[in-house]
Design a protein around this ligand. Structure first.
Ligand code: ACO
Length: 330
C-alpha cells in the first residue's frame, strides 16, 4: 500500500490595514498603554473594514499561500477553514471561499476549535493526506473578532483583532524529510465557561434581554485562562516531543498561539527554551484566534527567521477549552 506524508508547501497571511492602537482603547475604557504592553505585549490590533467578512480576509491570505506553494487555484482539492467568527452560521465560510475561488465540487468545511483551530486543522489535513484522499489542501485560520468584542469590557477589548493566515498542505513521499511529523490534540469541555459567547446559538437565541445583558459578546475569566493556557500548551508540546523522540534543543522555532506574550514566555520557561527562538508577533496584531499561528508562521518566513529545513513546534490553546501541538520540518 502506498503511504503518503504531508508537508507545508506554501504560506500566506493578511491583516486588514486599519489599526486599533492602545491609545484608541484608552479613549473607550479605563486602561492605559503601559498596562496593556506590560500585561500582554500588545501594541495594536488590526480591524477589518465594515464591508469585509471573514471569507474576504481568508481569501486574501489563501491567494498568497497558493502562489507561494507554486500552485494554481485549480490545484486545490480540499478547503478547511478554522474560525469562530464565520460569515454565517451556515453555509460554512469554507463554502463561501470555495465559490469565490471558483472551485466548484471541491469539498469545503469549517472547523471550530477556537484558537486551537489551526492546529486541529493541521491534524485533519495531515490525516486526509496520509489516507490518500487529497493532494493539496488549503487550510486557513481566519477571524473577525472585533465584531464580537464589547468595547466597554476592558479585560477583553484590549486583546483581540482581525486577521487571516493560510497554508497549503501538500502530499509528499513517505521518505521526504520536510514533513508534518505529528499532531496532538486535547479538549476540556468542562472548562468551557472560561471563555464563552453565550447568546447567538440554540441554547440562548439573541433577544433584546441578551443584548441588554451583553451575553452576545465574548466573556472571559482571564486569569484562569492564562493558567490553563500554559498548562495545556506545555502538556501537548511534551507529548509532541516524546512522540517524535525530540528534545527541545532540536526545535529551531516555537510558534505558540499569540494571545499574550507572558503566556508564550511561561511556556518557553517551562521548557527552559530560549525566548529568542519563540516567534512572537502579538505586539502587532493581538489575539486573532485561529489565525495567530499561521500568521506568525508566515510573518517569520517573510522576515527571514524561519527557513526551509528547520524544525518547528506549533502549539495553541483556545476556548472549549481546546489545545494542541504539531511538529514539522519545514
Ligand atoms: N487595563 C487596566 N487594568 C485592567 C485591565 C485593563 N485593560 N484589565 C484588567 N485590569 C485590572 C483588573 O481589574 C485588576 O484590577 P484589581 O487588581 O484592582 O482587581 C488588575 O488589572 C489585574 O488583573 P488581572 O486579571 O490579575 O491581570 P492579569 O495580569 O491576569 O492580566 C489578562 C489580565 C491580560 C486578561 C491576562 O489574564 C490574560 O491575558 N489572560 C488570558 C486571556 C486570553 O488569552 N484569552 C483568550 C483565550 S481563548 C481564545 O483565545 C479565544
Amino acid at each position: 500500500m502506498t503511504t503518503y506524508r504531508s508537508r507545508v508547501a506554501g504560506t500566506g497571511s493578511y491583516l486588514p490595514p486599519d489599526l486599533i492602537t492602545n491609545a484608541d482603547l484608552e479613549k473607550l475604557v479605563d486602561t492605559n498603554d503601559q498596562w496593556i504592553r506590560e500585561r500582554t505585549g500588545i501594541e495594536h490590533r488590526h480591524k477589518a473594514a465594515d464591508n469585509q467578512a471573514t471569507s474576504d480576509i481568508a481569501y486574501e491570505a489563501s491567494i498568497l499561500a497558493i502562489k507561494d506553494a507554486g500552485l494554481q487555484i485549480s490545484d486545490i482539492d480540499c478547503i478547511l477553514v478554522a474560525t469562530v467568527s464565520p460569515d454565517y452560521l451556515t453555509p460554512s465560510t469554507a463554502c463561501v471561499m470555495q465559490a469565490r475561488l471558483g472551485l466548484n465540487g471541491v469539498p469545503a468545511l469549517d472547523l471550530n476549535a477556537a484558537c486551537s483551530g489551526f492546529i486541529y486543522g493541521i491534524s485533519v489535513a495531515d490525516a486526509y493526506i496520509r489516507m490518500g484522499m487529497y493532494k493539496n489542501i488549503l487550510l486557513v485560520g481566519a477571524e473577525l473578532l472585533t465584531r464580537y468584542v464589547n468595547y466597554k469590557d476592558r479585560e477583553v477589548c484590549i486583546l483581540f483583532g482581525d486577521g487571516a493566515g493560510a497554508v497549503v498542505i501538500q502530499r509528499t513521499d513517505s521518505n521526504a524529510e520536510d514533513v508534518i511529523y505529528s499532531s496532538h490534540l486535547r479538549a476540556e469541555g468542562s472548562l468551557g465557561e472560561l471563555f464563552i459567547r453565550k447568546a447567538g446559538g440554540t441554547r440562548l437565541p439573541i433577544t433584546q434581554k441578551e443584548i441588554d445583558e451583553g451575553t452576545h459578546w465574548f466573556t472571559m475569566k482571564g486569569r484562569d485562562i492564562f493558567k490553563n493556557a500554559v498548562r495545556t500548551m506545555s502538556a501537548t508540546c511534551t507529548q509532541a516531543l516524546a512522540a517524535n523522540d525530540l528534545k527541545m534543543e532540536q526545535i529551531d522555532w516555537l510558534i505558540p498561539h499569540q494571545a499574550n506574550w507572558r503566556i508564550m514566555e511561561a511556556v518557553a520557561d517551562h521548557f527552559k527554551f530560549p525566548k529568542e527562538k519563540v516567534i512572537s508577533v502579538v505586539h502587532e496584531m493581538g489575539n486573532t484566534s485561529a489565525a495567530t499561528v499561521p500568521v506568525a508562521f508566515d510573518m517569520a518566513r517573510r522576515d527571514g527567521r524561519l527557513r526551509r529545513g528547520q524544525t518547528i513546534l506549533l502549539t495553541a490553546f483556545g476556548a472549549g477549552l481546546t489545545a494542541g501541538s504539531a511538529v514539522l520540518k519545514f
